[in-house]
Design a protein around this ligand. Sequence first.
Ligand code: RIB
Ligand code: CA
Length: 319
Amino acid sequence: MSPKVAGGPRPIIIDTDPGQDDAIAILAALASPEIEVLGITAVAGNVPLELTARNSLILVELAGRPDVPVFAGCDRPLRRELVTAEHVHGKTGIDGADLPEPSTALQPQHAVDWMIETLRAAGDREVTICPVGPMTNVATVLETAPDTARHIREIVCMGGGFFGGGNTTPTAEFNVFVDPDAAQIVLHCGAPITMLPLDVTHKALMTAAWIDQLRALGSRTGEAAAGMLDFYERFDVDKYGMSGGPLHDPNVIAYLLRPDLYRGRLCNVEVETASSLTLGMTVVDWWNVTDRPPNCQFITEVDSDGFYELLLDLLARLP
Ligand code: RIB
Ligand code: CA
């Protein structure tokens, strides 16, 4: 287990659809002594649930943390067909790394049941939930057991996009597009919410030099991470003509550890759940022109150098 720090590490649940960028977020969280990962809950998203659950097991083993329990959750969105992203992440979801099949098993409990049990056993505002995929699991928890919301310290999620549009449709980011109904439920649960959207993740792009620094760590984690990211970044570089790919999900972990690297604004954020044209759009009342109550800290700025320095430091701590 990670060494304890004064005041104790922050207990979190990572809800995830690995995904190479999810992988880096999971590895970074497991590397930090300031974070206690209570468990990892897999959800269908980038690839089907069977693979996101398998990938989560592979990643806790890669980090040398098979003690962290992994649970399989929902295999499809609340009310829609599943949309996946193999064209971005490859057939396995974590293409680019040559990693063995997991030797540990999934926990037998459904992720939703475990999250409800864990939250109810916690104190008020104690547990931080970090959704970095479609929010189907978290929304199901909140719909099944609304009383759990008071045990949530904060929901810090990667999702959404406003000023810079979407990455899946002109107006929708993937995680919210896959399950817009779930995102809307989460945004109205009453717990404090911080959203790290494309508007911030697109401002911190990977460089080839940084990926080379990962490989130069000389560790199995560094080698696997560099392989995954070499594969993963090609899509965004080709699509956007960017100098490097955005590393979306690790921004959630970096925000937990170094919120000073980020800037945003408390706003009202709503999700379009009906229109076929703008389904999954996160509508951000940035200028407070409506009377809709603020419900989300919407992050738009990041210190990119600080972000990548932090990630490299964390990944360097893993085997
Ligand atoms: O839009 C980016 C998000 O969709 C990231 O979480 C990525 O892993 C995919 O799930
Ligand atoms: Ca993800």
